[in-house]
Design a protein around this ligand. Sequence first.
Ligand code: SAH
Ligand code: SF4
Ligand code: F3S
Length: 433
Amino acid sequence: MADTKKLFIKTYGCQMNVYDSERMVEAMGGNGYVTTDVIEDADMVLLNTCHIREKASEKLFSDLGRLRPLKAARPDLKIGVAGCVAQAEGDEIKRRMPLVDIVVGPQSYHRLPEMVRGVGKTTDTDFPTADKFDLLPSARATRGPAAFLTVQEGCDKFCAFCVVPYTRGAEVSRPVDRILTEARELTAKGVREITLLGQNVNAYHAPGYGLARLIRELVLMPDLARIRYTTSHPGDMEDDLIAAHGDEPKLMPYLHLPVQSGSDRILKAMNRKHTAAQYLALIERIRAARPDILLSSDFIAGFPGETDADHQATLDLIRAVGFGMAYSFRYSPRPGTPAAEKPTLPEDVSNARLYEIQALITAQQRAAQDAMVGREVTVLYEKPGRMPGQMVGKSGHLHAVHVDDSLGRVGELARVRISASSANSLAGVRISL
Ligand code: SAH
Ligand code: SF4
Ligand code: F3S
């Protein structure tokens, strides 16, 4: 084995990129690389990128610009670009930024180690037919007690605004046995909570299996205490998955179910394939199965053609549901998507709508958090807090909780009484050992 080399990796974008970065680090371990947080020490810098909005893509080019002096001082420094911008822009990145040595898309990063060794091409944005995960070393728990596990990738939905079907390719589900093996490897290394990932995770399907049956299989693992999944499409919430929220205690009471808009006209223009009323009816069924479930969503403000009445319909939907968490974005036209052909709204209009959505959501989030004060919850400790005698972890509802507990250990599930709610987290005291 060659000398140990250092890899600096920066991850943008969604949880799937976080998972992919972990897998790339493991793969590069085979090339003798260990990670570093100090970019100046690195032999290789890898940027795992996101293409979802213009701002996310621009970040890559400004970060690459900042790497210029480092590369000039040390020409042997390797610079790689992975992820969704790599997929969307391929060789264009190298043309624009000649300091980039390697470009690798999200479906070909199992080939990264050989690319770094100088074998084969230096740009790889294929959609190979082989399961890249089979070709990667097994998942090691470099991840702490809560880990991600990708079960499904890609998207066939083609929402009019979205680049994901182009950057991640068609929907593919991983075989059940591989997922169970990976889950076993993770729990054997101390993982207590697994979040199943997919761009459309509830469209997961394998012979005889949907996502619900996969979850029902995972709950049988004694060391696995908690299961979550993200991101779901309202059109794929099968009955058994809704039922599982009611009858599988290990399935956490949190669901991220993006709706994007509350206007039927805009939902249609977005190609979301459901109405606002259908979404509300679905929420009602989910709450009937699990009344205390915390609901989360995504919203886009200022989609082409959105009128003030459409925007009001979005605010109405938010008021009708009462979200415990939600993300909202100003519409960003993305190259190659159908919506990008349409005229955009004036920026001040979409900004004003975005602020209104955000203000409403922030108030709802705060109310959901404040309602936890005085309640007993279970917290999975993920790390020690900044204050001595404190642990930090997540509740079942995915609230961050700072707990006074001088004996707490990372990976422990502790019963905690919530004592206070602040802007982005809860505080509590441990009530039992
Ligand atoms: N697969 C997931 C999410 C994909 S992207 C889903 O279907 O919900 C995450 C979020 O980014 C989306 O839910 C959407 O709200 C937002 N988004 C995607 N494309 C966007 C665009 N062009 N402009 C603004 N927001 C966008
Ligand atoms: Fe994008 Fe729509 Fe697919 Fe989600 S469902 S990834 S928003 S195309
Ligand atoms: Fe971004 Fe790609 Fe994820 S575009 S949101 S990193 S799937």
